[in-house]
Write a new protein. Structure first.
Length: 276
């Protein structure tokens, strides 16, 4: 391995990236990392105002760029509009980060059908829909670096933002959310197996507790309890999820396909305190 290869091992400069749900929370953390490392990042979210504000903020960080394409991912027509808008601006997409999502908590007896439908649609079905519609751009992204002996030199990346709730059974009433994330993890593996030969790899980051608007109420009421169950004794930070996304998108992560990475500080492997 040459020194130049080592220096560029985690590089993403010049790549075109789309981050859904990129105006705030984990999506914004990831988008910020790509911009800071020289990528051209498109962010999408339902709120045009939030998208525009975040895009301006991230552009100021440089050296990369951030462009807002607002879209309500619950609606098929909006997914199609997003794809059309991106296709009019770019001939290739190198990284797709499926982050847009929602949660609905309700007691088991009272959990509404519309809540289940809303969560599964956005957190699972629309991930498939958007990925499917963006395949021509992702294939073009994979082809840009060329092939050698039937191997793509720099695969296009699909990064799905999952959750530890899709890996273990949660102790709160988020039935649709945990089911959708479990489905997302398996969908990601299925996509990785199907698309890998075409130069597109698919992986999942299963996030634990991070500070965001989605988790704000939960952390306000039970944050201390949650942290006490994390062996590393803290919540996730922007650097944590940014580092994982950059790894998966760079040469360093090019051989990772179909993986689900638990980014949770050890929450899933927490053990009772020793009585010795």
């Amino acid at each position: 391995m040459t020194s130049l290869q080592i220096e560029n091992l985690f590089g993403v400069a010049g790549k075109v990236v789309l981050v859904t749900g990129g105006s705030r929370g984990i999506g914004k953390m990831i988008a910020s990392a790509f911009v800071r490392n020289g990528a051209k990042v498109y962010i999408s979210a339902r709120s045009s105002k939030d998208c525009d504000v975040t895009a301006q903020e991230l552009c100021a960080l440089g050296p990369g760029k951030c462009v807002a394409i607002p879209a309500d991912m619950q609606k098929m027509s909006e997914v199609e509009r997003l794809v059309t808008a991106l296709s009019s601006k770019e001939k290739a997409l190198h990284v797709l980060v499926n982050n847009a999502g929602t949660v609905w908590a309700e007691s088991l007896d009272d959990y509404p059908d519309e809540g289940f439908t809303k969560v599964l649609t956005l957190n699972l079905q629309r991930v498939f829909t958007l990925t499917q519609k963006l395949l021509p751009l992702l294939r073009a992204g994979a082809s840009q670096a060329g092939q050698e002996n039937n191997v793509y030199k720099d695969p296009a990346r699909i990064i799905n933002i999952g959750s530890v709730e899709g890996l273990g059974v949660p102790d709160h009433d988020t039935y649709a959310y945990s089911a959708a994330k479990a489905g997302l993890h398996h969908l990601s593996r299925h996509l990785g197996g199907r698309l890998g030969p075409e130069g597109i790899v698919s992986n999942t980051i299963a996030c634990g507790a991070f500070q965001s608007k989605m988790t704000a109420q939960m952390l306000e009421t039970t944050g201390d309890v949650i942290v006490s169950q994390v062996p590393t004794n803290r919540l996730g930070t922007p650097e944590d999820v940014a580092g994982a996304a950059l790894f998966l998108s760079s040469r360093a992560g090019a051989y990772v396909n179909g993986a689900t990475i638990a980014l949770d500080g050890g929450f899933l492997v927490n053990m009772p305190a020793s009585k010795l």
